[in-house]
Design a protein around this ligand. Structure first.
Ligand SMILES: Nc1nc2c(c(=O)[nH]1)N[C@H]1C(S)=C(S)[C@@H](COP(=O)(O)OP(=O)(O)OC[C@H]3O[C@@H](n4cnc5c(=O)[nH]c(N)nc54)[C@H](O)[C@@H]3O)O[C@H]1N2
Ligand SMILES: Nc1nc2c(c(=O)[nH]1)N[C@H]1C(S)=C(S)[C@@H](COP(=O)(O)OP(=O)(O)OC[C@H]3O[C@@H](n4cnc5c(=O)[nH]c(N)nc54)[C@H](O)[C@@H]3O)O[C@H]1N2
Ligand code: SF4
Ligand SMILES: [Mo]
Length: 721
């Protein structure tokens, strides 16, 4: 009970005052002698991309407690509930301890030698027969950068398949594509400090109070700010806002174009900046002349007065910041919505200055590291597959023939899944992601996994819903059991350190990759003399040298000592020179289109899916932490009281959610004004009530990101059983 009170305080929910605040520096749980640490290991949180610095207390060989690192520039000693209880995952049950190979239908323990030899042999035979692209690889945003860099080379140059992507396509791909459209390169321009210095902060589809809690501290420190939150739900973040815009689902582009319209009409634009640093203004201004307040009000459901107020606040700010997350990216129009956000920043000159930036708040702890070094959707160092100079550059640095570097990216994640269904992909290697829970439209995913000739799942836990389908399970060390670096949303590189040894025979992903490279016969060529993640880092410094994401200025040691360094300095584009060949940013004329699956009589609700502060994704970790699990042990569906009354449903009824694809049964009903009439919301964390049974397999044509946030559903009381 005492522990629960602690965590409530850590969450910042002060029930008496009915107020939220974040980032208490309390320790979770009851302090007893067994939890008094002998030594403290400095590291970085392994959950979200805020990238908090922490100290993990060790007693004997056990991690016994965690506290925020007061010296870390990101969090100054504070942690959210997941961070505060992160050491518990190091002793969690359910870890993968030994390689498992399917023999006579059953997963059977085997040696590493047998596991990796079999993997090379099976994949080799399938590639021999069907071509090297018959292997697909899906990775993650949750390894250390040194592992991504090693893996990218292994997949593309060792296994020689281009069909390599990651769960980041379910997450940040739209931000990446949108940055490329506007600025000519990926790379978030701003910094967290901007949240402290901006006069106006516009958060679009970003529920930071649940998902990036420690960023809320920055807002608390900014006394002059006006916070505007654009979200169809009244999230905890919306409750913190000065102005909440409960926009109709997927009308964001109309809102952004409408704001631009008012800014131009009121001359609240920076004409010098537009002239010197952008291309396409005339066409853009002509295009958005159609987005009158009247029309935009009809599309967004907001009043004209609210639209004008929002535009004037943004336009008159000395420094204005726009942050966004999955409410923007998770859409078939994600990439262009990002471009529409960037338009606003560009026409007002709100970029490259203190407090002024468009800023994608990243999701996973090291989504940034894989974007920069990963070799999946682009070449390492933000180089482009299509660009011959970039390929030649890398070939020289690696001392290999240029024709070994692919000239185009391979299939993106959803297309790899479709290719598995159609039989073009025969073998799949899944690393640190759990698609059976996280991929949309589950039945197609399941069909893909069942169609494969060989499935390898490399995970820290087993069984997981995905590893149960595997022919081979490779047990991996997780956060706390290996070392490397993470790069957070604001491009800050921090050190991750080993606290304890991995369980059983589990190995760091880095070691698994190097071992495979040896068996493939490419280790000496691709990784000469490498034995440790630091070797990968040293080469990555050389590869990134002179690029936008330049890591060459800070050594392994310095990252440790300085406790987190930003590549590119505090802000990008301070000189207004962008990465397009002419150095100018592009303004894009972007149409607002209705989302794909509109509700009708049979499926009258729009289903929105997302997260809660206590849980991490598919809960392989947080379900094992009793404190977190007990707070939110099961999935729920939020429904507006008006809709519940009409359906004669009562609080805590068990309901079934049906879509055109499938259904989710026995979900607990929460009747609440957090969601508007006609909309329902469900977290995607729970394998046993998997929201992705019902979500839609529709993808952004540019980024290939799924439209996780809207599909049409019907809700019925579950039959009692
Ligand atoms: N506790 C916790 N923290 C996490 C994670 C976690 O699993 N748990 N995951 C991490 C990861 S990988 C990510 S990507 C981030 C995600 O962080 P967020 O993007 O903040 O998380 P979501 O809850 O997926 O979605 C955010 C909001 O988008 C809103 N939204 C839905 N449709 C629309 C729309 O049409 N327009 C607008 N403007 N908004 C809309 C939803 O109502 C929701 O409140 O969180 C990271 N942090
Ligand atoms: N409906 C719906 N679906 C969504 C979303 C949504 O908002 N709505 N959000 C999407 C987003 S933004 C994201 S990022 C994805 C996340 O979806 P997933 O990537 O599937 O989620 P995780 O549970 O983080 O999966 C990580 C896996 O890696 C394992 N693991 C952890 N650390 C390590 C390690 O160091 N090495 C190895 N080998 N394994 C490790 C974990 O045990 C776990 O099985 O979900 C997406 N799916
Ligand atoms: S805010 Fe993110 S990085 Fe910080 S402690 Fe919480 S989960 Fe970890
Ligand atoms: Mo994500």
């Amino acid at each position: 009970m005492k522990a629960l009170t602690h965590i409530r305080r850590a969450l910042g929910i002060d029930i008496r005052r009915g107020k939220y605040s974040y980032g208490y520096d309390v320790e979770v749980g009851l302090i007893s002698a067994s939890r008094v640490a002998d030594t403290w290991v400095k590291t970085t949180c392994g959950y979200c991309s805020v990238g908090c610095g922490m100290l993990v207390g060790v007693k004997g060989r056990k991690a016994v407690t965690v506290r925020g690192n007061p010296e870390h520039p990101v969090n100054a000693g504070k942690l959210c509930p997941k961070g505060l209880s992160e050491h518990y995952i190091l002793t969690a049950p359910g870890r993968a301890r030994t390689p498992l190979l399917r023999k006579n239908r059953a997963l059977t323990a085997v040696s590493w030698d047998e596991a990796l030899d079999t993997m090379i042999e099976k994949i080799g035979a399938l590639q021999e027969k069907h071509g090297s692209d018959a292997l697909g690889v899906i990775s993650t945003g949750q390894l250390v950068t040194e592992e991504f860099y090693t893996l990218g080379k292994l997949v593309q140059l060792g296994f020689r398949t281009r069909n390599y992507d990651g769960n980041t396509t379910l997450c940040m791909a739209s931000a990446v594509s949108g940055y490329k459209l506007s600025f000519g390169s990926d790379g978030p321009p701003g910094a967290y400090a901007d949240l402290e210095h901006a006069d106006v902060i516009l958060l679009i589809g970003a529920n930071i109070a649940d998902n990036h809690p420690i960023l809320c501290q920055r807002l608390d420190r900014n006394k002059k700010r006006t916070l505007i939150v654009v979200d169809p739900r009244v999230t905890k973040t919306a409750m913190m806002a000065d102005l909440h815009l409960p926009i109709k689902p997927r009308s964001d582009i109309a809102l952004l174009n409408g704001i631009a319209h008012i800014l131009i009409r009121e001359r609240l634009i920076d004409e010098n900046y537009i002239a010197q640093h952008t291309v396409g203004y005339e066409e853009f201004a002509a295009y958005i002349s159609e987005y009158t307040p009247e029309r935009v009000a009809a599309i967004t459901g907001l009043s004209e007065e609210t639209l004008i107020r929002t535009a004037l606040l943004y336009g008159r700010a000395r420094a204005a910041f726009i942050g966004w997350t999955m409410g923007v990216n998770h859409s078939t129009q994600g990439a262009v919505t990002v471009a529409a956000i960037n338009n606003l920043a560009l026409i007002t000159g709100n970029i490259g200055r203190v407090g002024a930036s468009p800023f994608s708040i990243t999701g996973q702890c090291n989504a940034m590291g894989t974007r920069e070094s990963g070799f999946a959707s682009s070449l390492p160092g933000y180089r482009k597959f299509e660009k011959v100079e970039d390929r030649e550059d890398l070939a020289k640095l690696w001392n290999i023939s240029v024709d070994r570097i692919p000239t185009a990216r391979g299939l993106a994640y959803p297309d790899i899944i479709e290719a598995a269904v159609s039989g073009k992909i025969k073998a799949l290697w899944i690393i640190a992601t759990n698609p059976v829970v996280s991929f949309p439209n589950h039945s197609v995913l399941e069909q893909a996994l069942r169609s494969l000739d060989f499935l390898v799942v490399q995970d820290g836990f087993h069984p997981t819903p995905t590893s149960e389908f595997a022919d081979l399970v490779l047990p991996a060390a997780i956060w706390g059991e290996k070392e490397g670096t993470f790069t957070n949303s604001e491009r800050r590189v921090s050190k991750v350190n080993r606290i304890v040894a991995p369980p059983g025979e589990a190995r760091p992903d880095f070691n698994i990759f190097l071992d495979l490279a040896g068996r493939l016969g490419v280790r000496d060529e691709l990784y000469p003399g490498w034995t440790m993640p630091e070797d990968a880092y040293t080469e990555w410094q050389r590869i990134s040298h002179g690029r936008l994401c330049d890591y060459s200025n800070f050594s392994w040691q310095e990252i440790e000592e300085r406790g987190g360094v930003q590549w590119g300095g505090s802000r990008l584009y301070q000189d207004g020179i962008f990465q397009h060949p002419d150095g100018k940013a592009r303004l894009h004329s972007v149409p607002c289109e209705p989302f794909i699956e509109q509700p009708n009589d049979e499926y009258p609700f729009i289903l929105n899916t997302g997260r809660t502060v206590e849980h991490w994704h598919t809960r392989t970790k947080t379900a094992q932490v009793a404190l977190l699990h007990n707070m939110v042990p099961n999935a729920w569906l939020e429904m507006n009281p008006a809709d519940a009354a009409q359906l004669q449903l009562r609080p805590h009824d068990r309901v079934t959610v049906f879509s055109r694809r499938s259904s989710v049964k026995n979900v607990e009903l929460r009747i609440t004004g957090i969601v508007a009439p006609g909309q329902v919301f469900m977290p995607f964390h729970f394998a046993e009530s998997n929201s992705n049974m019902v979500t839609l397999g529709a993808y952004d044509p540019i980024s290939r990101e799924p439209n996780f946030k809207q599909c049409a559903v019907r809700v019925e009381r579950s039959a009692r059983n």
